[in-house]
Design a protein around this ligand. Structure first.
Ligand code: F6R
Length: 257
């Protein structure tokens, strides 16, 4: 498909897909959805992702908070995933990422900011605790997702059942390559081989879901999501055909649609 407009809204396999020519418009719309959710319910539970894609998102959230146009004061956040076996204070932990990008730059209360604990003695029990915490807190109102080069969401690697709950996962070689060599995390040291992630079933329970992908390196994964039906080899294909899901893509990531 050729995209010539600044913003093109499509319905693909019953899924809302918005393609932007300008990344700034994409992130502005993504943050507007957050503002809308918090306006309706300032105490909303927001599901969050980390990674390179989301740096622009958090920059915009921090800017809107600084301008007084957005407040996270009453809301709670639940991150999708975290590595196993490093300290939360490790510069490569997702806790550190969130602290640098969001917690330290907004009025979100630290006690309302949740991630699985990377240094839990029993990661399996920690995953269960996290799943229960999400449930006890009333579930996720608005979930943000990125897409791995292999089509993963959270750290749900190809083959993960669509009804999975928060669990410990052995990271695939593709994900280890993506996060260490391609993104430049864990330079000069071994990247953790295990992580905890909300399951696909946990994610699909969210009341609204926004998926963001940018850059030509995501084009193949995005193409695979919409080429075939839902299948476990492409975890993000589980999101198709749901009214509550919107994919926000730049032209580069949409080039194989
Ligand atoms: C991270 C997460 C992952 C990333 C995905 C894309 O919390 O949930 O699924 O969203 O690996 O990562 P980037 O944005 O670095 O390409």
């Amino acid at each position: 498909m050729k995209f010539t407009k600044r913003k093109t809204v499509l319905s693909l396999s019953g899924t809302r897909v918005v393609v932007y020519s300008d990344k700034a418009d994409l992130f502005s719309d993504a943050v507007s959805e957050l503002a809308k959710t918090l306006k309706e319910n300032p105490k909303a539970n927001i599901g969050l992702a980390t990674g390179a894609t989301f740096q622009d998102f958090y920059r915009e959230v921090a800017l809107q908070c600084r301008k007084g146009k957005l407040s996270l004061k009453k809301s709670s956040t639940f991150n999708l995933d975290e590595y196993v076996g490093i300290k939360p204070s490790d510069p490569e932990s997702y806790y550190s990422y969130m602290n640098n990008q969001l917690y330290s730059k907004t009025d979100l209360k630290k006690e309302n900011a949740h991630l699985p604990r990377s240094d839990a003695k029993n990661p399996k029990a920690e995953a269960q605790r996290y799943e229960n915490l999400i449930k006890k807190s009333g579930g996720i109102d608005l979930q943000y997702l990125g897409i791995g080069n292999n089509g993963h969401i959270g750290f749900n690697e190809p083959g993960t059942p669509f009804d999975s709950k928060t669990h410990v996962v052995k990271l695939s070689e593709a994900t280890i390559r993506q996060n260490s060599i391609e993104r430049g995390y864990f330079v000069g040291r071994k990247m953790p081989r295990y992580a905890m992630t909300m399951g696909i079933g946990t994610i699909l329970k969210a009341r609204k879901i926004i998926v963001i992908a940018t850059g030509s390196h995501k084009a193949e994964a995005i193409g695979r999501i919409f080429k075939k039906g839902k299948n476990k080899e492409v975890p993000a294909s589980s999101l198709k055909g749901m009214k509550k899901v919107t994919f926000m893509l730049d032209r580069q990531s949409a080039q194989r649609l």
